[in-house]
Each structure stands twice: as C-alpha cells, then as structure tokens.
Design a protein around this ligand. Structure first.
Ligand code: R5P
Length: 289
C-alpha cells in the first residue's frame, strides 16, 4: 500500500529528505504560495488537497509541527483532517512538536487539559488511527494510555551526537524533575515563579572535570536553562552544553546558544540553530511494521 505524507506548512522544512525516499513515500500538498495553501489578507487559512482522491488508495500520515504559529497551525491541521474525513480517509498524524503540549494537566477548576482534549478530538471526531509525537511534555501522563499515541524521543540522537563530538566524559543532567521523569536523566528541583522566571533548589551536585550536558525537551524563553547554568556553575561546572529537542522561541534559542559552550538542537521546529535532523526518526517510525 502506498504511503502518503501530507505535510502542513510548519513541516515544510522536513520534507526535503523525505521526498528523496520516492520508493517508500510520496510527499504531497501543499506547495506554498500555490493554489493549494495560502492565507487570506485578514489572516484566515485557505487549504485545498487537490490530490485527495488519490489518498483514498493509500495509507496517509499527516506531518505537522505545532510551532511556529501554534493557533494558525491548528486551524490548518483541522482543515486537512476535515477534508480527509469527508473523503473517508482515516489518517495517522505525526507531530514533530505538539502544540499546547505543556497544558497537559488541570491545576484549577475551570481549566482545560488542552493536550488531552486535542488528542481526544483527533481520535474521536476526525478518526485519526494513530498519533506519533516527539518528546511530548505529557509523555508520562496517565491519561495518555487511553489513546493510540506513540511517544518518541530524540534524546538518544542528541546524546549520540554529543558523545561522538566530545567523547564519553560527559555528565548529563536534566534541569528539573519533569525532565528526569521524561528522560530518566538525573534532575534538580525547579520552582516556576511565573512564565518567565524559575528558581533552582539548593541541592548540591558533585561536578568533577567533565563536560556537563543539560538535556531538556523545550527551549522557550531560555529561562530554565539560564538559571540552571548559573546553578551548575556554582557547583563547579566549567564547560556546559545544551541538548534540546524543541526550539520554540527564536529569542530563547539565541540566548541559549550565546550562553552555553555548545547547543545540540533538533529541527522538530524550523529554527536556524537546529543542527540535528529528525527525518530519519520520522521515517523509521512511520515505516515500522
Ligand atoms: C518545562 O517543564 C519544560 O521541560 C522546559 O524546561 C520549559 O518549558 C522551558 O521553558 P523556558 O525556556 O521558558 O524556561
């Protein structure tokens, strides 16, 4: 059965390599600025899948990144899924980065677990058969077990590349308990004061002469990594690098690059500083039997 990858506009940067795998996959829609995909002058999204008929005969994976433009991206994704639903195609969705993934719990009455409700809607309303997500913030949440979600990780790729470049004398640390839970890499208690400020606990880490690699899922403002940098410097760290899967905000990524001795960042989101390509991770997983 032919495998079609339907890419949305935020996944454009990922398809170059996938397109070369012509014998395995066919990447379609939309070519930007052509008649299949555009924005109206007021910002509304226009989408058309001109080859929708063809998709009925194959397996369809929709490739989407939740950043940049998370809200506009969701509208685009829903329009793609609605077109497929109307054509009776039950697709799979591959999120290289899941939008609203950090809103994965309800803390106060009146809130919504946006990550779960989005997944529920994709499965129950759009008939999505399978969802792949790279390093989702909700990777270890209990509710996830109710849905056909495969949580993948780019951390082994990042670790392999850092070890290849710098050797094995690297101490891998996660900047918070959540990171520890997600990656299994030792972490420190972090307290978030607000969306922009975080504090580390006073727990001491024994750092010898090795390079310290801070592993995190997301760089947004860069606040977490910068605070962690101050903290481990006080514990004696000299050379500190960062390994991160998703570079959400350009400003945070640039700040991180400037502060640390090295940055390994994947291209789950299209950022100039991304230097680890995840195309093979995508291919390997969608082609897995
Ligand atoms: C938090 O739970 C995440 O793992 C990241 O540490 C956090 O989202 C990074 O955000 P920022 O760069 O704004 O500190």
């Amino acid at each position: 059965m032919k495998l079609f990858i339907v890419k949305t506009s935020t996944a454009e940067h990922l398809v170059k390599k996938l397109k070369k795998q012509k014998q395995l996959v066919e990447v379609i829609f939309p070519e930007k600025n052509k008649e299949d995909s555009r924005l109206f002058p007021d910002g509304e999204v226009y989408i058309r899948i001109s080859q929708a008929e063809k998709l009925k005969k194959g397996r369809v994976v929709v490739l989407h990144s939740g950043s940049p433009r998370p809200n506009e991206g969701l509208v685009e994704l829903e329009m793609v899924l609605q077109i497929l639903k109307d054509d009776k195609v039950a697709p799979e969705v591959f999120f290289t980065y899941f939008p609203y993934g950090q809103q994965d719990k309800i803390f106060m009455e009146g809130e919504i677990n946006m990550a779960e409700s989005l997944i529920r809607k994709l499965v129950n309303y759009y008939g999505v058969r399978k969802i792949y997500v790279i390093d989702p913030h909700f990777g270890k949440e209990k509710w996830l077990k109710e849905y056909p979600v495969t949580a993948l990780s780019a951390v082994p790729l990042l670790v392999k590349k850092a070890r290849g470049d710098l050797g094995n004398n690297i101490l891998f640390l996660s900047p918070d308990k959540g990171g520890k839970r997600r990656t299994g890499i030792c972490g420190v208690k972090k307290e978030r004061i607000d969306s922009f400020r975080v504090e580390m606990s006073s727990q001491e880490i024994n750092i010898k002469n090795e390079t310290v690699a801070v592993v995190d899922d997301i760089i947004e403002t860069g606040g977490t990594l910068l605070r962690f940098n101050d903290y481990i410097k006080k514990c004696g760290a000299k050379k500190i690098i960062v390994l991160a899967t998703h570079g959400v905000l350009k400003s945070g990524v640039e700040k991180t690059k400037k502060t640390f001795s090295g940055l390994y960042l994947t291209n789950t989101i299209n950022q100039k500083e991304a230097n680890i390509d995840i195309s093979d991770l995508i291919l390997k997983n969608i082609l897995k039997k």
